[in-house]
Design a binder for this molecule. Sequence first.
Ligand code: 5GP
Length: 183
Amino acid sequence: MSQNLPTINVNDKSFELFISSETIQKAVERLADRISVDLDGKNPLFLVVLNGAFIFAADLLKRIKIDCQVSFVKLSSYSGTKTTNIVRELIGLDEILHGRTIVIVEDIIDTGLTMAEAINKLYKLEAAEVYLATLLFKPKAFQKDFKIDYIGIEIPNDFIVGYGLDYDGFGRNYPDIYKIIDK
Ligand code: 5GP
């Protein structure tokens, strides 16, 4: 069945088409519509988690119809194709968060360790409320219990690339999402 799907090679691994650009765009539009309704009047600050969320964030923000601000942070726990459990610091946050409504914009939530740290840090910086918007979610890998407010697409536990997501730095530039073939 999978032989007919388009495949790509990224570094030493092969990936097959998993989620088309069209499906992604529809999911992004649904999220943007919901966020625009829910957070109207709250002047949210969107915090985009670099690097992986940069394409998702660009598509999402173009469709957000309410007053808002956007900023970019770095925070990652990933190296190669396996989570490492090492969560790095939040880098690049210049805004004063006191009393603000924050929407974290993330590419994918896997174990949830990265986001658990991020949410804690943002509340320590006195954010009034922290919402979470992720394009992708791996429910079977999730180890935490925080609420994920906005989920684009739920996926199984496969390693994926494309639409901002990388394999050792490569593969971010594909408009579609591909999943690993051989493990
Ligand atoms: P978590 O802390 O939830 O386990 O991991 C979240 C981070 O791991 C994401 O921001 C992303 O950078 C990375 N990640 C998790 N699953 C995948 C995947 O399937 N492909 C890629 N490229 N990165 C992933």
